[in-house]
Design a protein around this ligand. Structure first.
Ligand code: OXD
Ligand code: MN
Length: 610
């Protein structure tokens, strides 16, 4: 490309290592021109995307996009973590040798961007100046303008982040490919989403859906970050939300992070507001809904930060009751982008299942997520208007309760790490764990109930260790040891807890706990326990609140339901311990401390009163 140097010069991109990398992939993909992107280019790029029909207006300062109908979600089967050492192979990382995957991906990418613009997106997946910024720097190359617009919302973007980093940046290449002809989901599937951990290179081919194409987020923020955190022995990169709780009476601030498998309400929890009756005393602030990097700072404390700059949230069931904060963060004027929801070009409205109790009554003008008019549907067609994985994308600063210090270089000290899945019985509302190995063990045995949609036996969890199953970058045994080492190095240990908002009545199926804003209550109890202000009741699987030390003012719950969610079902836990043993046995080199924790908990379950 003749004008490549001129384009890089004009953009002020001076780092020679970045320039070499851009040249290599511009040549390989055959892109016609390159354009270096800064966050300040957003308005111009939005206008270009509107002119090209890639974005449609969704009211004042909001936009709508549709992805290809075969390209709407992450593909775990096509996602691989490759390295040059087979010792990095785990159960979940789909490990392959780098020597096999790099040539294969380069082959797919060769000539695949002919006639297109290659956008160069220099980014930072941390607050500037953070301890972990050296591992958070990257440059994404993409041939899709909508990917650029999403990246500007989801990451800190600009040449200033990469000019002075030498060779220490992640090379993140995204090539969309011919989405009509990739045979997605068939045995001849041509897509590949590869992170080459020990080469700090991400090569994604065959999708422009966010989870596959916003490479700062999942590929770097989780997989590459996890690998780097382990290789450097410095940090953990986790699929965790991160919140702050301010106690106005004592003036104290607390920070809680935690992992939840998909569809377990992680974004709703992250954006939670205090219940009205507690609002005078507590303020909950938002740091992040999806990723936290954790490390021990020189002062000996465990810190966490959200590497992202935005939220890429699932739209389905987001409404005034479940998550009003999310709705405010995509209000007119926020620059939010909606993807694959239902859209009405006449009124520029968007809608998704669960947005309102019923669908818009007047279907005139409404199009489903594929662009098909709702008015033309047969009466028998009850398929959703929005894709179940439709999304909203907005920057952190749009979230009304964003923490004042969300952009501070220090990150925040972590007081508690919580795990939670969606389980209809057995798991109490909250059980707290002081011991590090038992906490890590609990995270490793995290899971969500098998549902009709995912294969699995009723009542047996689909285990999702630390909610990282799709993002595991190296062996699970090494991961467990690294987790023990990083958190174990902190002078003051965080308290762990397992939470479950989803217990149901076995007869009529109603949820026993109201959830949403009331979820703050068990978290406050957890902090009180850590402070020694309450003692709870020790059970085989952790400390559970007693009904009287638990603030229930204004909660609509019957005494029987309360008793159920604050008790342990011995028989169900005995079954669970057998399943856990089988699950953990898959992992090579699992630390003895984790096995000891398992045996300790299993013995305590056996010894407990039914
Ligand atoms: C995910 C996401 O797929 O956060 O987990 O988008
Ligand atoms: Mn996620």
């Amino acid at each position: 490309m003749a004008d490549l140097d001129a384009a890089l010069d004009a953009a002020g991109l001076t780092n020679p290592s970045v320039r070499d990398y851009v040249r290599k992939y511009a040549d390989l993909t055959g892109a016609e021109r390159i354009e270096v992107v800064n966050a300040g280019d957003d308005a111009r790029l939005v206008q270009e995307a509107l002119d090209a029909g890639e974005l449609l207006p969704a009211g004042e300062g909001r936009y709508y996009s549709r992805s290809h109908h075969l390209d709407t979600a992450r593909s775990e089967e096509r996602t691989i973590v490759a390295t040059n050492d087979e010792k990095d192979k785990g159960v979940y990382n789909n490990w392959r040798p780098a020597s096999e995957m790099v040539p294969l991906l380069e082959d797919r990418m060769r000539g695949a961007s002919v006639g297109k613009t290659m956008y160069v997106i220099p980014y930072l997946m941390s607050p500037p100046g953070n301890d972990l910024a050296p591992w958070a720097t990257g440059v994404e190359l993409t041939d899709a303008r909508t990917v650029v617009l999403h990246m500007i919302r989801m990451a800190r973007v600009g040449v200033e982040h990469v000019n002075d980093v030498g060779d220490q940046f992640v090379r993140a290449v995204h090539v969309t490919g011919d989405l009509h002809n990739l045979r997605q989901g068939t045995p001849e599937d041509r897509r590949y989403f590869v992170t080459v951990g020990d080469e700090r290179t991400i090569l994604h081919f065959g999708s422009s859906y966010g989870g596959n194409a916003l490479l700062g987020k999942i590929a770097h923020g989780l997989r590459q970050g996890a690998y780097d955190g382990w290789a450097s022995k410095k940090f953990l990169a986790e699929q965790y939300m991160l919140i702050g709780i301010h106690d106005k009476e004592t003036g104290k601030d607390y920070h809680i992070c935690g992992g939840f498998p998909s569809a377990s309400g992680k974004t709703n929890l992250a954006m939670m507001l205090a219940p009205d009756v507690l609002g005078d005393r507590y303020h909950v602030s938002f740091y992040g809904d999806d990723i936290a990097w954790l490390w021990v700072h020189e002062d000996g404390r465990l810190y966490g930060m959200n590497p992202e700059y935005g939220v890429f949230g699932v739209a389905k069931d987001t409404n005034e009751r479940t998550n009003p904060t999310a709705l405010r963060s995509v209000d007119p004027g926020t620059g939010a982008i909606f993807t694959n929801v239902a859209y009405n070009p006449n009124t520029e409205e968007v809608w998704w299942e669960g947005r309102t109790p019923s669908r818009p009554e007047d279907v005139h003008g409404w199009l489903d997520w594929t662009g098909a008019p709702i008015a033309d549907r047969k009466d028998s067609d009850s398929s959703p208007w929005a894709h179940p994985n439709s999304r909203f994308t907005t920057t952190l600063a749009n979230v009304p309760n964003i923490a004042d210090d969300y952009d501070a270089p220090t990150g925040v000290p972590i007081d508690a790490i919580i795990f939670g899945g969606r389980t209809r019985d057995r798991e109490p509302l909250i059980r707290a764990i002081h011991d590090l190995a038992e906490g890590v063990y609990d995270g490793l045995t995290l899971g969500a109930e098998a549902t009709a949609a995912a294969e699995g036996k009723e009542g047996v969890l689909r285990y999702d260790p630390m909610s990282n199953r799709p993002f595991m970058a190296y062996g699970e045994g090494d991961y467990a040891q690294h987790y023990l080492d990083v958190v174990g190095a902190a002078a003051e240990q965080p308290i762990f807890a397992h939470v479950n908002w989803f217990q149901r009545d076995p007869e009529d199926g109603h949820f026993l706990w109201p959830g949403y804003r009331d979820n703050l209550r068990p978290l406050l109890w957890l902090l009180q326990l850590r402070n020694g202000e309450v003692t709870g009741r020790q059970t085989a699987v952790g400390i559970i609140p007693t009904a009287d030390e638990f603030n229930l003012e204004g909660v609509d719950i019957s005494p029987q339901d309360l008793e159920t969610i604050l008790s342990i079902d011995k028989e169900r836990w005995q079954q669970e311990m057998t399943n856990r043993e089988e699950h953990l046995r898959q992992f090579r080199d699992l630390p003895e401390a984790i096995w000891e924790a398992h045996r300790r908990v299993a013995a305590a379950v056996e010894d407990s009163q039914p």
